[in-house]
Write a protein that binds this ligand. Structure first.
Ligand code: TYD
Length: 234
């Protein structure tokens, strides 16, 4: 009996261009990079400009997402397998996309996400040692190919983020150790270099206002590009 040669058929995903009128902006970075403060300020600014805005965090926001968050960050054992960790983050992501992100985009809103698929590539891929390309393929499968229009990477040296994180008790992933967080940081930087049209990389050690101004510029540019195109498409 001869066996067929092994082939990798890896979760093909339909990646038709989006036709909704919304804008999806994701925020990424290491621990304590100041993402949440920047997202809050950006949301206020966009609301003042007359946009409808939805914000959410990963893992979290949905019922399943918040349960996964509690499990992964607090209850799970320190040595949970990387595959299980990834599976749980993916489940939380699929729920968020279905319940919050797609409906928001379809209603023409600006959706701001505190972490998305790139977090899994950086943390479970580069950090925990799973194959980054497989993690990307799984992200595509679990989100049905939903990619951000713009990703803001707030880059901070691992020492600076460790310092900021000391201001609150560390969770299971924050405790993962220096070399883990070094791999996460360099993984993010590599991803940004590979997709320069999607990523904007900002220096998180700059003053909050400086970082916010750069984020606003990038988002306004993305809005100017996105809205007229999607209106003519629909
Ligand atoms: P959180 O308290 O939200 O951290 P931060 O303020 O730094 O965003 O905790 C989220 C943690 O989960 C953070 O350590 C990154 C990690 N994470 C992953 O490892 N993989 C993922 O796919 C996501 C979304 C988060």
């Amino acid at each position: 009996m001869s066996l067929a040669p092994a082939r990798t058929i890896f979760l093909p995903v339909q990646t038709a261009p989006r036709r909704d009128p919304g804008l999806l902006v994701t925020f990424e970075g290491g621990e304590g990079s100041g993402k949440s403060t920047q997202i809050e300020r950006l949301a206020d600014f966009l609301l003042d400009e007359g946009h409808e805005v939805v914000t959410a965090r990963e893992p979290g926001t949905t019922q399943v997402g918040e349960a996964v968050r509690e499990l992964l960050l607090r209850t799970a054992r320190e040595d949970l397998s990387p595959e299980s960790e990834l599976a749980l983050f993916l489940a939380a992501r699929a729920e968020l996309v279905a319940e919050v992100v797609r409906p928001g985009l379809e209603a023409g809103k600006v959706v701001l996400l505190d972490r998305y698929g790139d977090s899994s590539v950086a943390y479970q891929g580069y950090g925990r040692g799973l194959d980054p390309d497989r993690v990307k393929a799984l992200n595509a499968y679990f989100t049905r190919g939903l990619t951000p229009d713009l990703t803001v990477l707030i880059d901070v040296p691992v020492e600076a983020s460790a310092e900021r994180s000391r201001q609150r008790p560390a969770d299971r992933i924050e405790r993962a150790g220096r070399s883990f967080h070094d791999r996460v940081r360099s993984g993010y930087r590599e991803m940004a270099l590979n997709e320069p049209e999607r990523f904007v990389v900002l220096d998180g050690t700059d003053p909050i206002d400086t970082v916010q101004a750069a984020i606003r510029d990038a988002v306004l540019e993305a809005l100017a590009e996105r809205i007229p195109t999607s209106r003519t498409e629909t």
